[in-house]
Design a protein around this ligand. Structure first.
Ligand code: FES
Length: 568
């Protein structure tokens, strides 16, 4: 086995001196440079990414495992994307972070890498970047927070939407809102519900990119540290075995992830991130695959926002291995995983300890799960709807459009008593797509008009080219492609137009005659924010539409692990 790192540390003369000497200022003895696998620990620790705030301590356990296995750990930082703080949206920077990861891995003397992922975008950005290099890689997720506790009740991120509506209605004061903040976020870790971060952690485990149980062990549980330790040990073996990302990320692995995500009621963001990852590793995954593979999958994990419980409960009930064991007949059980065993072998001995949290596929919590991919003149390349988060009475719906040209327009008018809106109207939000916002923020589950909330309306059909938080819910049509800013039909919708949503037949149709649409298209001019410099300009010029994963067109595929040239 020839190690990549030998081309740095194995050299003699001036080059070898330079590669080793500066490293030694950190106290590393000479024998560490003598043929040990060098393992990069790609760390997204940041105080501005609070979900990953415990990663410095967690990294130490990975290092301990690497040392025990005879490797040489080297930790390095990459851009870290904190979902709650970054403006205008962390999604704007996912591709940038992935470039940082890709180039950092390739440019440095590492033989294998451990990706430390947690908050939403830190998972896809790291995996996308690593796929484009394709060396042995294992993921350690940071783990979910402990379940929030507020006034005798369990709470999690999905409650924010309920609290916000209660606050708007005057039934929850600002002071009560503030007390609930620390009650919800009371430990290390990422959002405790099956939001995007948890969906990403489950995606990692079902793809086979981590050790079993990685997805659900709470961040505050000591077994998270033990898993980090064991992952450190394992990556050294993976380097010796030459087990690369492309060996694990087969078509079967992607299909396993889609089936599993459906069964747990995972986030709609899963679609966009998994598609982008597939693009990097060279697996063809179409948006229709999500519908085809998930339509017969029932919901078997009872987790918020589609159900009742939290990630902590999932772990105590047996974790993702117990879920995947229930799904065994629907999975490609021979798919190989990071520990060298197959998915089938990994889940064989797992048990379901709580049937209120995990159930059998013939006794589901909800017979429908997964995603519906809609098509029609309003979304020629597709749009996504999550039926388990939607209202059954709105699945077949015809209503008049109430349009908002952008998010500012929506905010200015949604609570205006004069807004011409009824419970059966369809709220349409434009210019929140990848190009239009820019960055495709999580605003698709727009709050309902106050005057309808006061009448007791709890859900309406909402359509946009944006995304929705994995913790959100409602009859929300997302990721409309092509987006309004790219001249999609969404841009042409006018107040009062009739829109048909037919989930059963996968149709989203603007009931306007073709010649009228052609006239509107001729008169259409883009109105979205256009940026003339820097990264955001690059983003707007190169981001692909949602159905392609919103990756940059020039980042599709990979460049391998070869460096372009020697440094000196
Ligand atoms: Fe980080 Fe939810 S805000 S995972």
């Amino acid at each position: 086995m020839e190690l990549r790192s030998t081309h740095w540390f194995g050299r003699t003369g001036k080059d070898g001196f330079i590669y080793r000497a500066w490293m030694k200022n950190q106290g590393y003895p000479s024998h560490l440079f003598e043929g040990r696998p060098v393992i990069g620990i790609c760390n997204t620790w940041s105080e501005l990414t609070p979900c990953n705030g415990h990663f410095r301590e967690l990294a130490q356990f990975i290092k301990n495992g690497i040392f025990e296995a005879g490797g040489f750990p080297v930790e390095f930082p990459v851009m870290s994307l904190g979902e709650t703080l970054i403006k205008p949206t962390a999604m704007l920077y996912r591709n940038l972070a992935s470039m940082d990861v890709e180039e950092s891995i390739r440019a440095n003397p590492v033989d294998g890498v451990v990706l430390m992922c947690g908050c939403d975008k830190t998972t896809p950005s790291l995996v996308m970047g690593a796929c484009s290099v394709n060396i042995p890689t294992i993921v350690v997720s940071g783990g979910p927070m402990l379940t929030g506790k507020f006034r005798g009740k369990s709470i999690g991120t999905s409650d924010i939407w309920r609290f916000a509506q209660a606050n708007k209605m005057g039934t929850m004061s600002n002071e009560e809102m503030q007390v609930s903040e620390a009650s919800m976020c009371r430990s290390d870790g990422h959002c405790a519900v099956m939001g995007t971060a948890s969906s990403m952690a489950c995606m990692i485990e079902s793809l086979g990119l981590s050790l079993p149980e990685n997805a659900a062990i709470p961040a505050a549980d000591s077994r998270r540290k033990a898993l980090a330790y064991m992952s450190g040990k394992r990556i050294v073996e993976m380097v010796k075995e030459g087990l690369k990302l492309s060996d694990i990320l087969t078509r079967d692995a992607f299909e396993n992830a889609i089936v599993t995500n459906a069964a747990i009621g995972g986030s709609t963001n899963f679609v966009i991130h998994l598609t982008a990852i597939a693009g990097r590793i060279g697996i063809e995954l179409n948006i229709e695959d999500y519908d085809r593979l998930s339509k017969s999958i029932p919901l078997i994990a009872n987790l918020q926002p589609s159900g009742k419980y939290f990630m902590e409960d999932l772990y105590y009930a047996g974790g993702l291995p117990a879920v995947m064991k229930e799904l065994k007949t629907l999975l490609h059980t021979k798919a190989i995983t990071a520990n060298g065993k197959t998915i089938g072998e990994n889940v064989e001995s797992s048990e379901n300890y709580n049937e209120e949290v995990i159930t059998a596929i013939d006794k589901p919590f909800n017979p429908i799960a997964g995603f519906v991919i809609l098509k029609g003149n309003l979304c020629e390349h597709g749009a996504v709807l999550k039926p388990s988060a939607a209202s059954p009475h709105l699945m077949q719906h015809k209503g008049k459009a109430v349009c908002f040209e952008n998010i500012e327009d929506y905010k200015a008018r949604i609570d205006d008593p004069a807004l011409d809106v009824e419970a059966d109207s369809v709220l349409v939000l434009k210019n929140v797509g990848p190009i239009g916002y820019p960055g495709m923020p999580e605003v698709g589950n727009m709050g309902l008009p106050k005057k309808l909330l006061e009448k007791g309306v709890t859900d309406m059909v909402r359509i946009s080219d944006g995304r929705m938080s994995g913790t959100g819910f409602g009859t929300v049509v997302l990721h409309v492609s092509p987006e309004a800013a790219a001249g999609g039909t969404l841009a042409l919708v006018q107040d009062g137009d009739t829109i048909t949503l037919d989930v059963h037949n996968r149709v989203l149709q603007l009931e306007v005659a073709d010649d009228e649409l052609a006239k509107r298209r001729l008169a259409w001019k883009p109105t979205h924010l256009q940026v003339a410099r820097g990264y955001v300009q690059l983003y707007q010029q190169h981001v692909q539409q949602a159905h392609l994963g919103a990756d940059f067109d020039f980042l599709i595929g990979g460049s391998g692990s070869e460096v372009l040239r020697d440094s000196h």
